[in-house]
Design a protein around this ligand. Structure first.
Ligand SMILES: Cc1cc2nc3c(=O)[nH]c(=O)nc-3n(C[C@H](O)[C@H](O)[C@H](O)COP(=O)(O)OP(=O)(O)OC[C@H]3O[C@@H](n4cnc5c(N)ncnc54)[C@H](O)[C@@H]3O)c2cc1C
Ligand SMILES: NC(=O)c1ccc[n+]([C@@H]2O[C@H](COP(=O)([O-])OP(=O)(O)OC[C@H]3O[C@@H](n4cnc5c(N)ncnc54)[C@H](O)[C@@H]3O)[C@@H](O)[C@H]2O)c1
Length: 482
């Protein structure tokens, strides 16, 4: 027997959940199929546990930078308590709470692994081996996420390396940890484990946080080194071996061998499309699913599949590998599926309700290192590469009164990239304690294309770190004609 729903969503991560929710709110029936835990990577092995591991160290260092408070904070972190608090945020890897939310939202849930058997058709193999045949009346959305990429380093796969999953769910802390990679996962996990007292070595092929402005990666590299982390730029392992003694030995290009108790691979992500039966619907397994701005999957000819029935949201479409941006796609996707299915108007012009326009140039991201890096929009080099005529404005956040009260000797840097032709902000990067809470102000300025002349009227409160906005505008200079 084949069971039918208007919409079937494969993958009940944060993104798939939201696609189904919006479609149900739009009047459709929706089924979520999930092979592991409802809530996906973000809830159990990524955003939430990683931030829970980072926050205690951040709180401690914040207090240590305020005279009067620092005298009260003299001990080491209670690592056992940190891990216990992390367990709370992952609900001990139990998804009952999220399952209750799904049911409350009027979404059906089926546990099992889904594969395509044909157009709008799926087969799901449940945990006990039972097989369910499914058919979607209107659409299927693939929200299967991504998984860790294991670089082709001899011996690595056999050395039982950690991926982000093991690093975020560990129940004890290794004495020595080698991290291969230099992106967000590497920088955040180096920060967390260094704060637990682990001896950390980072092997980064290129500079840290290379997609950010240079000063961001440089500040994080400096602070990791001050925390005792051995950050090696331009390095990787040429071979890895775990001995019978359990020790991992990583060989570098010059023959140096670094010993550690664990090795974390943080070298990027791969799409979870290898076992989806994509070959049965004319697509290629193991590839990211490219989409248009309404999240319709594009075939090899660059056009939506015939019948416009297949969508992809979240990591698997490789537009932006971030939870909040995937959820933004999910709102557009669930809504447009409902609109197309019920004949309601589709708003697919840029910035319309049914498109993920912001994915292209207005993506906010926070890297929760010490200091955190908060950026949105285009970096100076990305803006230049895209052909904009820009002016780059820099300011030391420590000069802002609110920052100096916030933290003794506050060190931070802000950069605003201005489109000189339209006099609007293209990108902003803040680096410094607690700057993450400034980020939405920058996102609003960029998405709203607020003219600089008008931004002068958005007065930041005194004395807050937000006054950096005023300083950036003053540094840019004011136009006499306005
Ligand atoms: C360590 C780490 C920290 C991160 N921190 C942040 C952060 O602070 N902020 C942020 O915005 N982003 C962060 N990210 C990125 C974020 O985790 C991802 O962007 C997000 O989880 C993607 O969600 P998703 O729903 O697309 O995929 P997932 O959360 O991976 O969900 C996909 C789901 O699909 C299921 N599935 C896969 N294949 C099938 C199948 N065939 N049948 C049935 N079910 C299937 C999987 O079991 C899974 O539950 C972090 C990532 C990592 C690795
Ligand atoms: N706070 C957050 O928002 C957050 C936190 C963690 C992850 N994420 C998301 O998860 C995704 C994955 O993060 P990631 O850090 O795994 O990938 P990434 O693509 O951000 O970084 C991978 C890094 O590893 C380096 N690298 C690759 N192969 C290497 C090798 N063999 N040896 C040494 N270095 C090597 C690359 O040069 C690069 O710097 C990112 O897109 C990120 O946006 C977000």
């Amino acid at each position: 027997m084949t069971t039918e729903y208007d919409l079937i969503v494969i993958g009940a991560g944060a993104i798939g959940e939201n696609v189904a929710d919006r479609a149900v709110q739009g009047g459709l029936t929706a089924l979520l199929v999930e092979a592991e835990l409802v809530g996906g990577e973000c809830s159990y092995w990524a955003c939430m546990p990683s931030k829970a591991l980072l926050r205690p160290g951040e709180a401690k260092r914040a207090a240590q930078h305020v005279d009067g408070a620092k005298q009260a904070v003299t001990g080491d972190l209670d690592v056992e308590a940190v891990l216990k608090r992390r367990d709370y945020f992952t609900s001990n890897w139990n998804d009952d709470g999220q399952v209750a939310w799904v049911k409350g939202a009027g979404i059906e849930l089926l546990r099992g692994h889904a594969t395509f058997t044909g157009v709008k058709e799926l087969e799901v193999v449940g945990p006990d081996g039972e097989v369910t045949q499914l058919r979607a009346r209107k659409a299927i959305t693939v929200s299967t996420g991504s998984t860790s990429l294991l670089p082709d380093i001899p011996g690595l796969a056999d050395a039982d390396p950690w991926t982000s999953r093991e690093a975020t769910s560990a129940h004890s802390v290794p004495k020595r940890l080698v991290i291969v990679g230099g992106g967000v996962v590497a920088a955040e996990m180096a920060t967390a484990y260094a704060s637990f007292g682990t001896t950390v070595t980072v092997l980064a092929r290129s500079k840290l946080l290379e997609k950010e402005e240079d000063f961001a990666g440089e500040a994080v590299t400096r602070s990791l080194r001050e925390m005792g982390v051995d950050v090696r730029i331009g390095e990787s392992a040429t071979a890895v071996e775990r001995g019978a003694d359990g020790v991992v030995r990583s060989t570098l290009a010059d023959g140096t061998v670094i010993e550690s108790d664990e090795l974390l691979v943080a070298a990027g992500r791969l799409p979870r499309t290898g076992d989806l039966g994509l070959e049965n619907i004319g697509l290629t397994p193991h590839q990211w699913l490219e989409t248009d701005d309404t999240l319709l999957v594009l075939g090899d000819d660059g056009k939506p599949l015939e019948g416009e029935w297949l969508y992809a949201t979240g990591d698997v479409n490789h537009r932006v590998l971030l939870t909040h941006q995937g959820k933004y796609q999910a709102r557009a996707c669930g809504d447009v599926i409902a609109a197309r299915a019920t004949g309601r108007p589709v708003h697919d012009a840029p910035w319309g309700r049914h498109v993920a326009t912001a994915d292209h140039q207005s993506v906010p991201q926070v890297t929760f290192t010490d200091p955190p890096v908060a950026s949105v929009g285009l970096t100076s080099f990305a803006a230049e590469k895209a052909g904009y005529r820009t002016k780059v404005v820099d300011y030391e956040i420590g000069y802002v009164a609110g920052a100096s009260v916030h933290s003794d000797g506050y060190t931070g840097h802000a950069r605003m990239v201005v489109d000189e032709d339209r006099k609007v902000v293209l990108g902003v990067t803040f680096v410094g304690p607690d700057v993450q809470e400034l980020l939405t102000s920058a996102t609003v300025a960029i998405v709203g294309e607020v003219p600089l002349d008008r931004l002068w009227h958005a007065v930041p409160a005194y004395p807050t770190i937000s006054e950096v906005w005023l300083r950036l505008l003053e540094t840019y200079g004011r136009d006499d004609s306005a």
